[in-house]
Ligand binder design. Structure first.
Ligand SMILES: [Zn+2]
Length: 157
């Protein structure tokens, strides 16, 4: 009887490990399939935001005071995301935009930190960029709150 229990325990242990690894494999596979690191020169801080839904500290982005004309591109895949025409100073400490270029992002509801927020990802590479709120100053009513580290600004001239 005792021996049987031991065998059974071992069986469940092995069974558990097997189930666990089967659950992990598709997760890792899906994760890498939807979020591809394209830019090999990304810093650890950029990867944390782009691929682990991180947020940079407010008022740290060099893009906050960027006022030149041009376009903001994805730091990972270089897709064009925002025009400088939609940029405004929201006072939040993150680069903010009233609208994104058509089809630039896909959105997802994020329930972390006990808040319901709309998170957006680059349509092209799946990287996380920020959250969009409904309190924007223009007729779009939108405020795209974007991590500066996820963007690369390319001036028109
Ligand atoms: Zn991208």
């Amino acid at each position: 009887m005792k021996k049987l229990n031991k065998t059974r325990r071992l069986f469940f242990k092995l069974f558990g490990i097997t189930i666990f690894s089967y659950l992990l494999i598709p997760y890792k596979f899906l994760y890498s399939a939807t979020k591809k690191i394209i830019n090999k020169n990304l810093t650890e801080e950029q990867k944390k935001i782009l691929f682990n839904e991180g947020t940079e500290r407010p008022f740290t982005s060099s893009l906050l005071n960027e006022k030149r004309e041009g376009y903001y591109h994805c730091a990972n895949c270089d897709a064009k995301l925002f025009s400088s025409k939609s940029k405004f100073d929201s006072g939040t400490g993150w680069p903010s935009f009233t609208e994104a270029l058509p089809g630039a992002f896909k959105t997802k509801t994020d329930y972390s930190f006990g808040m319901k927020r709309i998170e957006y990802h680059c349509s092209n590479c799946g990287a996380h960029h920020g959250h969009v709120f409904e309190d924007g100053p223009s007729e779009t009513g939108k405020r795209f709150c974007n991590n500066g580290l996820c963007l690369i600004f390319k001036p028109s001239n």
